[in-house]
Design a protein. Structure first.
Length: 511
């Protein structure tokens, strides 16, 4: 796919540069934040709109499907509309649809506006990355990548904390209203600061068949992942049908896009070994990271007696060292081979996750929080140099497409990991419960002790069953952390498939 080039605009300088960087970082933050902010709000939304919790989950699914569709279209949209126009337009529309989401009076209208919000938000992640690379001088590329990477990693952690707080203290519409002033302010400031950075745009023909195939296979896969646990996966004809449609649609999409003269998604960027190796690494590592991040607050709130606020603070500990270390890693990644940095970062995350697989039910707050605090040390080493390596592996005119596809694969791996982890967690807990039930109190001594203390038979049985369930969940949680840790190790090894880079990302013409 051809992407139009603009006359080379000089990078920004001084306060103007950092103000523009803050605008772009904020845009990326709100787009990523909305992938998780509604997760803890589903019960409130379902209650407020008088629907079941399973219907309330459509608020999450609809956004994820729509965003997953538009993210890989970013390169084509940027070439057709211009990067700054696409970014500002997406930002303003994202704010408008956020407002309409908060005003929705029924689940049907809320889902509709969430779809539109996801369509508008999809380009914000790759466009913010591309524009950050463009406005920073070449010698400050590391700072640009570091800033974007940190907002991408911290936003999913902050989403459940902020969502839970707003639902508890105000009401569920405010998880959407909070986006409105940020997006409108960033839209106005972004246009004033970035309009001279606009790329030329060309009227590329619409690849309608490619677009239809993309919508079909992505929507089928995402719905399958979201509904699989509720419908007992492949015992359900609906899940089997969705899997077949997703597989056939994906195969047809690959064949069509690789042979189409003006594809809607430029899959040819995968011809660069450094790029596909980076995408493989980030998909494996981010899936492991996101799966463990989703599991932790559910475990803490459901079985460790934590409030939403306490669980949120424990989870957020992983962002502290990440923010402090990121600037140093960003500078280091432009001066040395990034592959050892990525290997260290991913292995560190794996080591901490494996350490967490020895958790117990009598752990205090700091026993939970401290490993998460030290986990943050590895996050910049993993994400910052890996993003830079991927962007340095493609041609300048392919950067928008490469950024969009990388964001798409990261989003998809997070969705897949979430479904896999939550399903495996419950399945393993059921298996552990059955195993423990056959071994614990096989002679009935504990039950007799409980009944002799004054409990009736039903209450004693219920108490014993609760103890078994708590321990079963703890074992299941540790097993998931163990598997996630091993996945990190595989991801760390995958980075060595990439060749040693010969340059840093050339931002002079990126758009």
């Amino acid at each position: 796919m051809s992407e139009a080039q603009s006359p080379v605009a000089p990078p920004l300088e001084g306060n103007k540069l950092w103000l523009a960087a803050m605008v772009l970082a904020a845009a990326n933050f709100v787009a990523v934040l909305d992938t998780t902010i509604a997760n803890v709000s589903v019960p409130n939304i379902a209650g407020g709109l008088a629907v079941s919790s399973s219907q309330g989950t459509y608020v999450i699914t609809s956004y994820a499907v729509a965003e997953a569709i538009t993210v890989p279209l970013t390169g084509w949209l940027a070439a057709r509309l211009g990067t700054v126009r696409l970014f500002i337009g997406s930002m303003v529309l994202f704010g408008l649809f956020s407002l309409l989401c908060g005003m929705a009076g029924s689940i049907e209208t809320l889902v509709l506006f969430r779809v539109l919000q996801g369509l508008a938000g999809g380009p914000l992640m790759p466009m913010s990355q591309t524009l950050l690379l463009r406005i920073f001088p070449k010698e400050k590329t590391g700072a640009a990548i570091g800033l974007w990477s940190m907002t991408t990693l911290i936003a999913p952690i902050m989403g459940p904390i902020l969502g839970g707080y707003l639902c508890d203290q105000v009401s569920w519409p405010w998880i959407f209203y909070i986006n409105v002033p940020i997006t409108l302010l960033c839209g106005y400031a972004g246009w004033r600061l970035l309009k001279n950075q606009e790329s030329l745009h060309e009227k590329l023909p619409m690849d309608r068949i490619g677009l239809i195939l993309l919508v079909v296979w992505v929507a089928s896969l995402q719905i399958m992942l979201d509904e699989g646990k509720n419908l007992d996966w492949f015992s359900s004809p609906e899940i089997i049908a969705l899997a077949v449609v997703a597989a056939v649609g994906f195969a047809a999409f690959l064949i069509w896009e690789l042979t189409e003269k003006n594809p809607v998604v430029n899959l040819r960027v995968f011809r660069h070994r450094g790029y596909w190796a980076s995408v493989l690494t980030i998909s494996l590592a981010f899936g492991s990271f996101f799966g463990a991040t989703v599991l932790t607050p559910q475990w803490l709130q459901g079985y460790m007696g934590y409030t939403a606020t306490e669980a949120g603070f424990a989870t957020a500990m992983s962002g502290i060292l990440a923010v402090l270390v990121a600037p140093m890693v960003a500078q280091l990644s432009t001066r040395v081979d990034p592959r050892p940095l990525v290997f260290f970062g991913v292995m560190w995350l794996g080591g901490v996750t494996l350490f967490r697989s020895f958790s117990s039910t009598d752990m205090g707050f700091w026993s939970v929080a401290l490993p998460l605090l030290f986990q943050g040390l590895g996050m910049p080493f993993f994400f910052v140099p890996l993003t830079g390596l991927a962007m340095a592996s493609v041609e300048v005119e392919e950067m928008a497409s490469a950024a969009g596809l990388m964001s798409f694969m990261r989003t998809l791996s997070g969705a897949f990991a979430t479904s896999l982890v939550t399903t495996a967690w419950e399945d393993k807990a059921s298996y552990n419960h059955a195993e423990l039930a056959g071994k614990v109190d096989s002679m009935g001594d504990t039950l007799r002790t409980l009944t002799s203390s004054g409990l009736n038979a039903d209450a004693a049985t219920a108490q014993l069953n609760q103890l078994l369930q708590t321990q079963s969940i703890m074992l299941s949680t540790n097993q998931i952390f163990w598997l996630s840790g091993l996945s990190f190790v595989v991801a760390a090894c995958a980075i060595w498939l990439a060749p040693r880079p010969t340059r840093v990302a050339d931002t002079s013409q990126a758009h």
